[in-house]
Design a protein around this ligand. Sequence first.
Ligand SMILES: [Zn+2]
Length: 180
Amino acid sequence: MATILTHPVIPLTCGMLLGSRRISLPLLVLGMCCAILPDMDVIAFKLGIAYESAFGHRGFSHSLLFAATIATVASFFHTALRSTHMMTWLFVAFATASHGILDALTTGGLGVEFFWPMSEQRFFFPWQFIQVSPIGVNRFLTERGWQVMRSELLTVWLPCALLLLTVKSFTYFSSSRKSS
Ligand SMILES: [Zn+2]
């Protein structure tokens, strides 16, 4: 896993790029929660389910089908989320799927079962530049935990912040040029 602090950064950046008229605050918050949701599967370790099982860590809950299912459930509540059916589905599916995508960019653990249940093959991307996070809070509060956080700040937070800054300043300058 990447850490639970970093997964929500992806939907947060996407929501801020799209703006509050397209992605309402409740939808944004839900998306950020859904980006963490797949790691609820660490409960499998407590239940004695092997990591490499489809119901182990980075198994079915990290699949694209899981993301689509969560998005379908969320889209029933689009009115409460102050959004359209389609936008709710797309944003929640993206947010949930972004979890597995970040995990597949990490340097350790087993790969991600993107295509469960069609295939139990586990995948990594060819580029693995995010240091894998230790599982569990105790192990996170160590020197290695800080190393992981530094790696995530550099490879996820910083590019997201730069992207936001670039797009927002471009939009600001092009709208102020239009109005002048
Ligand atoms: Zn994960």
